[in-house]
Design a protein around this ligand. Structure first.
Ligand code: PLP
Length: 388
C-alpha cells in the first residue's frame, strides 16, 4: 500500500485502495472457501441482546435517536468505562455512541487531524487507519512492532517532530495479537506529555486478552486530557452487523468529534442502541466462557499452523494469528490467492497491514466456529512446503 500525501482531494481519495480484508471475504464467497480473513466472531450473541433487539423493533424504537446516542446507553458505557477501564467520563458530554468503532475512529481523526499533521501508526496496522488519516489530509508515519512483539522506543523517538499531532494505539492489537504492556504505555505517555501529542486508542478487543492485562492508556496519569478512548460492541457480543461503538474523551476533544459524527451519520442505529443497553447486564460468566472459547481456538490454530509448515506469531490477545509463509516459496498475494482458489481457505495477505513489508506474511482469523477452523486446517494439509 502506498498512501499518497496530497492536498488534491480527488487524488487523495483515488490513492486509497479498497479494503483487502473485505475483498478476501468476497473471494471466499466466490470460491466457497472457509473464510479465515475477516474478523467475524463465531461465539454466540447473548440471547438477552437478541431478544432486546426484537423487542426494540416491536416497541417502536425505529427512528433517529439523539445524535450522541441514547442516554441510557451512554450512561451504561460510562459505568463500564469506570469499572472495567478505570476511566471517568461524563455520559452527558464526554461519551458519544457511533456507528461502530470504525466511525468513532474516522470521526475522531477527521475532527482532530488537520492537513499536514503527522499521525504515528504502529505497523503492521489495522487497515482502516491509513485511509482515515489520508482522508483527513494528514500524513501517516510508521513505526514497527518487531517480530519479538516489542515496540522500538528509540525508533519512535526519531519519528516524533513538531508536526506530530497524534498516535493511533490499538491494544490488544490487530493483526499481531500484541497486548501493550504497562511499561510501553508509560513510555508512550511520557512521549505524549512531553511533546503535546494526542492519542486515539482503539480498544475494541479489550475483553479478548489471553496473556497479560488490558490497560487503557487514558487511565495513566496525565493522559485523560490527551486521549480519545474508542471501543465497541461488535466483537465482545458478536454483533458486527449492528454497527454500534463509542468514543469517550474530555469535553474539548469531544465537542469537535460530535460535530463530525452529527453531519456524517446523524446517529447510530436506534433499535440496536436500545438492545445494547442490556449488554451491561450480561453475567461475568459470559466473558469468561467467550475467552476460553477463543483461547481454545488460538491454541488449536497456532499448533496446527506450526505443524503445517508456517511460522506463526503467538498472539496474546484479539483473535488473529500472523504467520510467516517463507516455507511455501510464494509472496503473500500469490499465496493468499492460491490458498483461496486451490485449497479453499481465505486469509489476508500481509502487505495490506504494512506501508512497506509484509510480503512474507499472511493473517489468519481464528474467531470462526470451531468446525470451520478444523475444516480449514484439514484443507491446508494439501499445501506443499518449498522443501517437499
Ligand atoms: C482493530 C479494529 N478496530 C476496529 C474494527 C472495526 O470495528 P467495528 O465493527 O466496531 O466498526 C476492527 C474490526 O475488525 C478492528 O479489528
Amino acid at each position: 500500500m502506498e498512501p499518497t500525501f496530497t492536498h488534491n482531494k480527488m487524488n487523495r481519495i483515488k490513492s486509497i485502495s479498497e479494503s483487502v480484508i473485505r475483498e478476501m471475504t468476497r473471494k471466499a464467497e466466490m470460491y466457497e472457501a472457509v473464510n479465515l480473513s475477516q474478523g467475524y466472531p463465531g461465539y454466540h450473541t447473548p440471547k438477552r441482546l437478541l431478544a432486546a433487539a426484537i423487542n426494540a423493533l416491536d416497541n417502536d424504537h425505529n427512528q433517529y435517536s439523539i445524535t450522541w446516542g441514547l442516554e441510557e446507553l451512554r450512561v451504561g458505557i460510562s459505568e463500564k468505562l469506570d469499572k472495567f477501564n478505570r476511566l471517568d467520563y461524563d455520559p452527558e458530554k464526554e461519551v458519544t455512541v457511533t456507528c461502530g468503532t470504525s466511525e468513532a475512529l474516522m470521526s475522531s481523526i477527521l475532527a482532530h487531524v488537520d492537513p499536514g499533521d503527522e499521525v504515528l501508526l504502529f505497523q503492521p496496522f489495522y487497515e482502516n487507519y491509513v485511509p482515515a488519516v489520508c482522508i483527513a489530509s494528514g500524513k501517516p508515519v510508521f513505526t514497527g512492532i518487531n517480530s519479538d512483539m516489542k515496540i522500538d522506543k528509540e525508533e519512535i523517538k526519531t519519528k516524533i517532530n513538531r508536526n506530530t499531532k497524534a498516535i493511533v494505539l490499538n491494544t490488544p492489537h490487530n493483526p499481531t495479537g500484541k497486548v501493550f504492556s504497562y511499561d510501553e504505555l508509560k513510555f508512550i505517555r511520557d512521549l505524549c506529555v512531553d511533546n503535546d501529542i494526542l492519542v486515539i486508542t482503539d480498544e475494541i478487543y479489550e475483553r479478548i486478552v489471553f496473556n497479560g492485562k488490558h490497560i487503557s492508556l487514558a487511565s495513566l496519569e496525565g493522559m485523560r486530557e490527551k486521549t480519545i478512548t474508542i471501543g465497541g460492541f461488535s466483537k465482545t457480543y458478536s454483533v458486527t452487523g449492528w454497527r454500534v461503538g463509542y468514543a469517550a474523551a474530555p469535553i474539548e476533544l469531544m465537542d469537535e468529534i460530535r460535530k463530525v459524527h452529527d453531519y456524517t451519520t446523524v446517529c447510530a442505529p436506534t433499535p440496536f442502541q436500545k438492545a445494547l443497553c442490556e449488554a451491561f447486564k450480561v453475567p461475568a460468566q459470559y466473558y469468561k466462557r467467550m475467552l476460553e472459547y477463543y483461547k481454545g481456538a488460538r491454541d488449536h490454530l497456532y499448533s496446527s499452523l506450526k505443524s503445517l509448515g508456517f511460522e506463526p506469531f503467538y498472539p496474546h490477545g484479539a483473535y488473529y494469528i500472523m504467520a510467516d509463509i517463507d516455507n511455501f516459496g510464494m509472496n503473500d498475494i500469490d499465496f493468499a490467492n492460491h490458498l483461496v482458489k486451490d485449497i479453499g481457505v481465505a486469509v489476508v495477505p500481509g502487505t495490506s497491514f504494512y506501508d512497506s513489508g509484509g510480503d512474507d506474511l499472511v493473517r489468519f482469523c481464528f474467531s470462526q466456529p470451531r468446525d470451520d477452523l478444523e475444516e480449514a486446517v484439514s484443507r491446508m494439509k494439501r499445501l506443499r512446503t518449498f522443501s517437499q
